[in-house]
Design a protein around this ligand. Structure first.
Ligand SMILES: Nc1ncnc2c1ncn2[C@@H]1O[C@H](COP(=O)(O)OP(=O)(O)O)[C@@H](O)[C@H]1O
Ligand SMILES: [Mg+2]
Length: 251
């Protein structure tokens, strides 16, 4: 279970996260939504340890993980896919996944040498099979389509068997067909059970379709939370979406 308590983060005068408390139950699929600049990516940066919060707690199964390194947080079981995929562009899909399996063990040297340990192969193929990436195993990541790059980014998080998977706009920049496939993939992954999924997504239709719980951020504050029905009819949410979006400067 992931429980966020009174989380705060400012950048100079910009309050990106303002006293946010959210509970993500184990095995749930939740969405974090909100206009551009609402603080969604910052929220993930805080949870994954990419940025330190100013104050507040991030409790993973009761343990406060604030202050741990990004790597330690990965090892605790929080995996993350990025708004803009972060890949080892010169490595193939298989090499990337095997490298990711080794890097938390401090064996990244073997990855750059392209001689990953044999036992990483099975896990890499398990995840590629799950995500439909097996036919691309030997494709160099930089040559993958945009959609497959997003899939690989997710695979890199999944390969380490996280308890919690944070997905930052998994369908961003995709065409309609790729989008559908990605949503299916995420939904199927979650339905297998056990994994807590938190999804940042712009497209309200997608969010309403697959999320159990929806949390709405606006100007860094938690504006509303509830199921699709409750969020769809919430006047404050409607106003936040119809209002002028805050200017975005993605970090
Ligand atoms: N590393 C950073 N340094 C300075 N300002 C940042 C940084 N990251 C985010 N911000 C600011 O925080 C606010 C929220 O940004 P972000 O979390 O990326 O929003 P969202 O993902 O909802 O679009 C924005 O005003 C953004 O410019
Ligand atoms: Mg963002």
């Amino acid at each position: 279970m992931l429980r966020i308590e009174n989380l705060c983060k400012s950048f100079g005068g910009v309050v990106a996260t303002s006293d946010v408390s959210i509970h993500f139950p184990t095995g749930s699929l939740s969405a974090v939504i909100g206009p551009n600049g609402a603080g969604k990516t910052t929220f993930f940066n805080l949870i994954s340890g990419a940025l330190p919060p100013d104050s507040g707690k991030i409790l993973l199964d009761g343990e406060n993980i604030v202050g741990l390194s990004g790597n330690a947080i990965v090892q605790k079981g929080i995996g993350r896919a990025f708004q803009v995929a972060k890949l080892f562009k010169s490595l193939t899909v298989e090499e990337s996944l095997r490298g990711a399996l080794l890097s938390p063990l401090g064996k990244s040297a073997q990855m750059t040498g392209r001689f990953p340990l044999p036992q990483t192969r099975d896990r890499a193929y398990e995840v590629m099979d799950q995500l439909g990436l097996t036919p691309k195993a030997h494709v160099v990541s930089g040559n993958l389509s945009h959609g497959d790059q997003k899939l690989l980014d997710m695979a890199l998080a999944l390969v380490l068997k996280p308890k919690v998977l944070l997905l930052d706009e998994p369908v961003a920049g995709m065409g309609p067909e790729e989008r559908e496939q990605m949503i299916e993939t995420v939904h199927a992954l979650w339905k297998k059970g056990g994994l807590t999924v938190v999804l940042i997504e712009h497209d309200m239709d997608i969010v309403f379709r697959i999320s159990q719980n929806i949390h709405v951020l606006s100007y860094g504050k938690l504006l509303a939370e509830g199921n699709a029905e409750q969020i769809r009819n919430n006047p404050a949410v409607i106003e936040a979406y119809l209002g002028t979006p805050r200017e975005v400067h993605h970090a």
